[in-house]
Design a binder for this molecule. Structure first.
Ligand code: GLN
Length: 427
């Protein structure tokens, strides 16, 4: 039977912006992207429709309910919803361990068109809570493609939803701040139950690092391929680096290896004394999920290492350094997630476009004298980099390894090499 042409009708979307989070309406409100028949008397029998109908809900803690279609795994999952403004690179985003406990909503509406491949994994598994997208590509085409995004998520037991108004949700997150949500494909659960679940869960103060870190130390040798050589000068000398895995992205390790480092990756709980016994030329504190103030054991480790060998902190590593130096961190309204964040390097005056993924930031006014703010995020003026030259410390709040994202900040790895070299020469 021929199917009637359809038109997309946005239902109630404008009013979606007018319910502030603070009102917490007790009565859930439903928003949906509805397919309606263009010719009133030619609506096909529901059972014969060739397209999938809504079978999932995203219930946000502010009482809004977003009807959607599911792909990947089914079930019920709670998490914090954050929006990511990268145009592509969804596989690297899905495998970035820093997204543990979060649902990633992609603002780019068209996702899945290049499938997934064997090369773009940034960690051993997907740790995020789920994926929220506007439109799931109906075809997959790329020379590296090994399988579809839907199959990939299903195999890894990760929930995804599509045909949801990602623009309306993003505007809500921008206006009201990050929101906890529950994704569910279970019809037996009522809206009220899911709302209650979202309101009784929190991500603040939770140690998410221990769930993503490796369990035993291991050597890392894999490098990035020749396309990644950006004419950054390199030494023939190999520096020994201990890399703390708070949820480390593989491309951080690949870039360090490409710069000639001999790397030992250690778990988040690896004692500082053991690290110092290994006599490294430098220590890297990696990115990682969640609230930096919820992992005091990691701050203690950082404190014990500071000043003894050169250190480089990336994202969570930068935040832990800020805390170890006596500063404080705070939760941002909706954080920075995407591959298009302008950062000014205050030492050179250059602006770099950076890849970012964080919800917390270091308060620069809380830091002791001698600590220098080296980078500033130009979107909101937040602290994006620190240095404490007297103690051979450098850190950035964003991602020099990109993956996905622009490569402007790759020079940070070279600066770490130069720092290790200076200290070694003067030892
Ligand atoms: N990418 C990261 O290391 C994230 C750091 C921290 N979990 C935050 O959200 O701010």
């Amino acid at each position: 039977m021929a199917t009637a042409p359809i038109s997309l009708t946005l239902v109630k979307a404008p009013s979606a912006f007018s319910v502030p989070k603070s009102q917490n309406p007790s009565k859930p409100r439903v928003f949906t992207l509805r397919c309606s028949s263009a010719t009133a008397n030619a609506a096909p029998d529901l059972a014969e429709r060739p397209w999938k109908t809504s079978d999932a809900r995203l219930v946000l803690e502010d009482g809004s309910i977003w009807r959607a279609k599911s792909f990947g795994a089914s079930g019920t999952q709670v998490g914090e919803v954050v929006f990511n403004t990268s145009l592509t690179g969804y596989q690297e985003i899905l495998t970035d361990p820093s997204y543990a406990g979060q649902f990633v909503l992609m603002t780019n509406p068209h996702i899945g068109n290049t499938g997934v491949n064997f090369d773009d994994e940034e960690s051993r598994q997907c740790f995020l809570g789920g994926l929220v997208i506007r439109s799931l590509s109906i075809s997959t085409s790329n020379y590296r493609c090994a399988e579809t995004l839907g199959d990939y998520l299903a195999e890894r037991n990760i929930m995804g939803i599509y045909d949801v108004d990602t623009r309306a949700i993003t505007r809500r997150l921008r206006q009201d701040g990050s929101l906890i949500g529950v994704l569910s494909t279970e019809e037996t659960k009522t809206d009220e139950e899911l709302l209650e679940m979202s309101r009784s869960w929190d991500i603040v103060g939770v140690d998410l690092i221990s769930g993503v870190s490796c369990k035993t130390p291991h050597e890392w040798v894999d490098k990035t391929n020749s396309e990644w050589e950006f004419k950054n000068s390199k030494d023939g000398e190999a520096f020994r680096v201990v890399a703390y895995d708070f949820g480390i992205k593989h491309n951080i390790l690949r870039r360090l290896a490409s710069y000639g480092c001999k790397i030992t990756v250690v778990p988040s709980t690896w004692p500082a004394s053991e690290t110092l016994k290994m006599k490294p030329d430098g220590v890297l504190f990696s990115n990682g999920p969640g609230d930096p103030s919820a992992v005091p054991y990691a701050v203690e480790t950082v404190k014990e290492i500071l000043g003894k060998v050169p250190v480089f902190g990336i994202c969570m590593g930068h935040q832990l350094l800020g805390l170890a130096l006596g500063g404080t961190t705070f939760k941002m309204k909706f954080g920075h997630h995407g591959g298009n964040h302008p950062v000014r390097n205050l030492r050179t005056g250059h602006v770099e476009i950076s890849a970012q993924n964080h919800n917390y930031a270091v308060d620069p006014t809380s830091l002791p004298d001698g600590v220098e703010v080296t980078h500033v995020n130009l979107n909101d003026g937040s602290c994006a980099g620190l240095a404490y030259p007297a103690r051979n410390i450098m850190s950035i709040q964003y991602h020099p390894e990109a993956s996905p994202g622009p490569h402007d900040s790759d020079y940070a790895f070279r600066e770490f090499i130069e720092l290790m070299k200076r200290v070694k020469v003067n030892a």
